[in-house]
Design a protein around this ligand. Structure first.
Ligand code: PMP
Length: 420
């Protein structure tokens, strides 16, 4: 099968791609924000709710056993997909943000004291910055930020140099959601481990584009969201090495977390992962996420990697052919489906609005990474982010539409305004 016929076949799996806006077919290039869902995932959700719906681990009847089996089966599939050693190293959360907040409030809070240091990079999404920022404020620890260079990369030597005797924890993104830059996580983890420092990895943008192997990466914790890898919204994963995860105190307490409760005695909590999944989990979401991993696996990672490489290289060339367009960073170095650019003299919202009038959906602004975007001295960027169903014709449409761009409302009325 050629790459083009493969992509055509894939597009048939995604019902939303037939939608039109203002007479134009939808060209969805905001996949780093969230991906569309294939029928395999939609069917898994429907089939759960029509055939299996009941609560897990709570009912002593056949339907509840079936739901529990399906939920734990999903956990085992996620375990295999990321090559974790045990299913109980996979905690279902509501997403990356929830996973990182959980870690900040449990693992981070237990490790940090006044004067300690926590190291992050300058390219973090707010979800891997604000929980640490707040934790440092609460514990009087110091947040050390290793800045990215002009090329948008964090040099491993700069990261190593930031680790010292006071460093108790490091939290780094695997892939930047702004530039698509891939951090050498394995190397960074090695540097941290040599000093006895555990490493938390924000994998939100890596999981959809690379076959992530948490053991190969030597991540102590790895967090990601289902909705960015063609799975449902509201479900995500916190992977943790068993011995570290097992030591975590419950983040939230409630149903499903206890062995025994009396009002007179200390509460006895169940082991992980249930200990960290208080309340009714997103059972259908976990099952849908497992279906998404199966779907992606069926496409084949080498095909996905080739597709990312083709589209990113084509996008960089197309953008560079448009006057006043500047591509940021070096997205073709290790293509992760993300290409960010600015149009000199035109506000990113005007660029996004112009593309939208042609049916092209992109993200423009600061991408929840204000501090990183600020380092480029721009008000914001425009981001193309690709998925398995995007085509070379769509990239070419972006090029043609950009050639007709003129300054609009934001450029003339609010050139420095930004809110997204
Ligand atoms: N980290 C990165 C790098 C991201 O791109 C995102 C989503 N844009 C998040 C964290 C947060 O993910 P979620 O909103 O699904 O929790």
């Amino acid at each position: 099968m050629t790459a083009v016929t493969r992509t055509t076949a894939i597009r048939h799996d995604f019902p939303i791609l037939t939608r039109r806006f203002g007479g134009n077919p939808l060209v969805y290039l905001d996949n780093a924000a969230t991906t569309q869902k294939p029928r395999a995932v939609l069917d898994a959700l429907t089939s759960y709710y029509t055939e299996v719906n009941s609560n897990v681990g709570r009912g002593y009847y056949q339907l509840s056993h079936a739901a529990t089996d399906a939920y734990e089966g999903a956990r085992a599939e996620v375990q295999r997909a990321i090559n974790a050693e045990h299913p109980d190293e996979v905690v279902f959360t509501s997403g990356t943000t929830a996973a990182i907040n959980l870690l900040a409030d449990t693992f981070g809070r237990a490790r940090l004291a006044a004067g300690d240091q926590l190291v992050i990079t300058g390219m973090e999404h707010n979800s891997n910055l604000l929980p640490w920022h707040r934790l440092c404020a609460a514990t009087a620890a110091e947040l050390v930020v290793v800045p990215a260079g002009a090329d948008g990369r964090v040099a491993p030597e700069a990261f190593a140099a930031a680790l010292g005797p006071r460093t108790k924890l490091a939290a780094v993104t695997h892939v930047s959601n702004v530039l698509g830059t891939v951090n050498p996580v394995r190397e960074m983890a090695g540097q941290a481990h040599r000093r006895g420092i555990p490493v938390i990895v924000d994998g939100a943008q890596a999981v959809p584009h690379w076959p992530v192997d948490v053991r190969e990466l030597a991540a102590d914790f790895y967090c990601f969201s289902g909705h960015k890898i063609y799975g449902p919204m509201g479900v995500g994963v916190l992977y943790g090495r068993r011995e570290l995860l097992a030591r975590l105190e419950p983040y939230q307490v409630g149903g499903g977390t206890v062995k025994g409760v009396t009002l007179a005695e200390p509460v006895r909590y169940v082991p992980v992962p249930a200990r960290l999944e208080a309340g009714t989990p997103h059972i259908a979401g976990a099952i849908g996420l497992a279906a998404a991993f199966r779907y992606v696996d069926g496409l084949g990672w080498p095909n996905i990697r080739r597709h990312d490489e083709t589209l990113v290289r084509q996008a960089v060339a197309a953008l560079e052919s448009v006057p006043r367009v500047r591509v940021l960073g070096d997205p073709a170095a290790a293509p992760s489906g993300i290409v960010s650019f600015v149009v000199d003299g035109i506000h990113p919202y005007d660029v996004g609005g112009h593309l939208d009038r042609h049916g092209v959906a992109v993200r423009s602004g600061v991408h929840c990474a204000n501090t990183f975007v600020d380092t480029f001295g721009v008000v914001g960027t425009v981001r193309l982010s690709f998925a398995i169903y995007n085509t070379e014709a769509e990239v070419d449409l972006v090029r043609r539409v950009l050639r007709t761009l003129t300054p609009g409302f934001w450029t003339t009325e609010h050139p420095t305004e930004r809110f997204l």
